[in-house]
Design a protein around this ligand. Structure first.
Ligand code: PLP
Length: 480
């Protein structure tokens, strides 16, 4: 919920109270430099003990509710027929209105199974935008990803409210001129993660469904951030301003033939599932579940997490849960805009995204500005963010570097974890960094994995800028 103070200032206000907390520490800047150098200037290599505020991701890092924790205590560990699964099934039936449920250990496992069953060599999969793991699985299965976003999607200084919309004309054009390449489904991602957590409108989803159905193409909905997308629809799409989050979710899921999600996001647990109302799809997927994940009633998830997921799915329909990250992201984004710091607008669902191309215009894209910015921010603050740009885009099949559409440094806001003072601290250190942006140079790979290189890749700073930045920080601010 957002509240207006007597001064007129609007702040997001927490509609919960903390009852269990985790201690953090702010290690001195010399230690930050040491661990960053040892980890190859990759924020994935850092350990929790060296991180003050962890904004790497909202995946599996959201605060759970007391009711979720309580539910974990009564989980049933039976290998087959476990009662916890039936609670999850009931929650999926009620909240998403899908009959068949296949639990998996996390979102990418759902993508793996979907790729295994539906994606064949030569296939083309249209989507509003890719996610790293989605693309990896579809391409590994021999498919090609065709992103058909609107022209506004890549404009980081936009006021467009639905940058996650799929361009219908391009979709129809693709279907018409696709030749013999089969289209197993069209994938819509609820709040496109790599575009900056940008939502699609329900109007757009309905139009996509119309075109897809007319061409006998199933619609696959990635609902990992479905409650955030529903929250934005309520805020931004006039027709739904009086609808509840639950009603909007039902409107979205009724258009989907196949659905999956990473439960690490909107249900605040560690797991995922595929769901559908089409028995034929269910029967095609089901045999592969025990091969790759686990038996039908746990699918690679801990039964404790299954219990918590069942509760988390119901809780995400509460507007104070659905809007909790989005409202913090907006507050965060507004403070950064006040400081003239370049970010993606409008603010999206899961994170505040720095536009690294505008933050570090002197760093060429082939020198990874978004990765350099993530590393520099860690040095200047102990805050961990994630590169979402060219480092996160693997080379093409010929080994050629592929420049990412956007160079973003993502500062994720896990739900109900951080407070306004944490946000104010990050804004302050970013302000300092922006004033010293000329000191930040690029990076180059010293170890580059062949796939999803952003996870384990090691890089080094060009011109040893890290040490110089640290020296300036010590002189102007001190050790912390
Ligand atoms: C939109 C989207 N789809 C799929 C995934 C993959 O899910 P997981 O990380 O649980 O494997 C993610 C993860 O962040 C995501 O954001």
């Amino acid at each position: 919920m957002t509240i207006t103070l007597t001064t007129g200032k609007e702040i997001p206000i927490e509609m919960h109270k903390a009852r269990i907390v985790q201690k953090t520490s702010l290690v001195p800047i010399d230690r930050r430099l040491k661990v960053l150098e040892e980890g190859g200037y990759n924020t994935f290599s850092l350990r929790t003990r060296d991180i003050f505020i962890d904004m790497l991701t909202d995946s599996g890092t959201n605060a759970m509710s007391d009711n979720q924790l309580a539910a974990m205590m009564v989980s049933d560990d039976a290998y087959a027929g476990c009662e916890s699964f039936y609670k999850l099934e009931a929650a999926v039936n009620d909240v998403l209105r899908f009959k068949y449920v296949l639990p998996v250990h996390q979102g990418r496992a759902a993508e793996h199974l979907l790729a295994k069953v539906f994606v064949k060599p030569g296939c083309v999969i249209p989507m509003n935008y890719h996610f790293t793991t989605t693309k990896a699985h579809f391409v590994l299965a021999g498919g090609a990803v065709e992103e058909i976003f609107t022209d506004e999607a890549l404009n980081t200084q936009s006021t467009c409210q639905f940058k996650g919309n799929l361009d219908l004309q391009k979709f129809e054009h693709l279907i018409k001129h696709n030749g013999t390449h089969p289209i197993p489904f069209v994938r819509m991602e609820a709040t496109t993660n790599l575009l900056g957590g940008q939502p699609f409108s329900l109007e757009n989803l309905a139009e996509v469904k119309k075109v897809a159905a007319a061409n006998k193409i199933p619609l696959l909905l990635d609902g990992s951030l479905i409650c955030e997308n529903a929250y934005f629809i309520k805020q931004r799409e006039k027709k739904y301003e009086n609808s509840s989050i639950q009603e909007i979710i039902w409107e979205m899921t009724k258009l989907a033939d196949l659905f999956y999600l990473s439960g690490r996001k909107c249900s605040s647990v560690r797991g995922g599932f595929i769901a559908t109302n089409t028995k034929e799809y269910y029967e095609l997927l089901k045999p592969w579940l025990p091969v790759y994940e686990g038996f039908l009633t746990y699918g690679g998830m801990s039964t404790k997490e299954i219990e918590a997921m069942a509760v988390g799915l119901r809780e995400m329909t509460d507007i104070n849960v659905a809007g909790s990250a989005a409202e913090f992201v907006k507050y965060f984004a507004d403070r950064l805009v006040e400081q003239g710091i370049p970010i993606v607008t409008p603010p999206g669902g899961l994170a505040c995204h720095l536009d690294a191309k505008r933050f570090l215009p002197h760093v060429a894209q082939c020198q990874y500005p978004a990765g350099a910015l993530a590393a520099a921010l860690y040095l200047a603050s102990g805050v961990r963010s994630m590169e979402r740009g060219t480092i996160s885009t693997d080379r093409d099949q010929n080994g050629k570097e592929v420049m990412s559409d956007l160079e973003l440094t993502r500062l994720a806001v896990p739900r109900r974890v951080y407070t306004i003072s944490h946000i104010e601290y990050v804004v302050d250190r970013l302000k300092w960094l922006y004033q010293h942006r000329d000191a930040v140079k690029g990076l180059k790979f010293v170890e580059e994995p062949p796939v999803l290189r952003f996870f384990f890749g090691k890089l080094e700073p060009l011109d040893d800028w890290g040490k110089k930045l640290v020296a300036t920080f010590r002189k102007e601010i001190g050790v912390n």
